[in-house]
Design a protein around this ligand. Sequence first.
Ligand code: CP
Length: 342
Amino acid sequence: MDHAGTTGQAIRHFHRLDDLNDRQIEDVLDLAARLKRGVSRTDLAGQTVGLLFFRPSLRTRTSLEVAMHQLGGHTVNLNAASDFWELEARENRTMDGVAPEHIKDAAAALSCYVGAMAIRPALLGKSWAVDRKDEQIRSWMQHSRVPVINMESALWHPLQALADLLTLRETLGELKGKKLTIAWTQSPTPSSPAVVHSILMAALRSGMHVNIAHPTGYDLDADVMEQANSLAQTQGSRLETGLNLNDAAEDTHVIYARSWWGLESYGQPSLSAHQSSRTTGWCVDDRIMELGDNARLMHPMPIRRNLEVSDRVLDGPRSLIIEQAANRLHTQKSLLSLLLRQ
Ligand code: CP
C-alpha cells in the first residue's frame, strides 16, 4: 500500500496487517466507522482495481466489488479457473510446463490497466513448508508496478483482520486487557490458518489476552507463534495455546471460531481425515458460550452450522458473524480510498 496517510510513511503492498503501522490502522478504522455512519466518498472515480481469484470467494469478492462501486470506481474480476491460464511463479525456470505465462509478465501488463491488484492465491496443498512461503502472492508483489492487496494467502488474511478489528472495537470498546479465545472447530473442509494468524496478531497488537484452543496436532505455524509470543511479551499480554475448549472459554469476552488444517498432516488427505475424524466435541454451543464473560461469537465464514457452531449460538444475540461480514465492506472502502486516492 502506497498510502502516506497522516504518518508520511508509504506502504507498497498489503500482504499482512503488519504492513500498516499503528497510525495507518487507526486511519483505516476511523474512516471505516465514518463511512459506515453514512459519510459518502466517491473519490475513486475513474480508478480500477483488478481482482484475481485463484480460489473461490463469496464475501471478499462481493464486498470489494461493492466497495469500489460505492467509491466511484470499479473492478475487473478474473477467475483463474475460467478467465486465464496457469501462471508460473518460480524464477529462472525454462517454462516448458503447463503454465504459458510468468507472473512477472502478467503483473507488468496488468499494471498498465489497474491502480491496484487484489490477489487470492492458490494453495498447492501438498506441503505446509512450501505453502507457508506465500510464493505466489510474493511474486505478484515483486513484479507488480501497482499496489498488491492480499485477499487471503496461506499465512495471512489482512482484509478479514481489519473488519474483525472494527467489529471488536464496536463491541468491546477499549480492547486492551480484554480476552479473545480462538477456538479450533470441526469441519471436513478446514481452511488454512490465515484468518487465525491474522486475528491472533491483530488482537495481541491491540493489547488483548489470547487463549488458543485446539486438539493435539493442530498447532499454528511455528514462526507465526514465535512472532505472537514476542508481541505478547512486548504488549504485556497473556498468550496461551493448546488449551481445551472449556478452559480457553473461561471468562473470555469473545470466542473466535474457525477450523484449520493440522499443519503436521497438511498435504496428506487420508492422514488428515483420520486425524480429524478422531477429534470430536469441538463445536461452540450455548454451554461453551456460557463459560465466558457475556461472551460474543465471531467467525469469518463460510461456517458449517451445528458442526463448528450451533444454530442457537449463530442465530442468537451473541453472534457477531453478520457484523463481521458487513464490516468487510466498510473497512475495505476505507483501505481502498486511502490507498488509491494519492
Ligand atoms: N471470510 C472470507 O474471506 O470469505 P470468502 O472466502 O467468502 O471471501
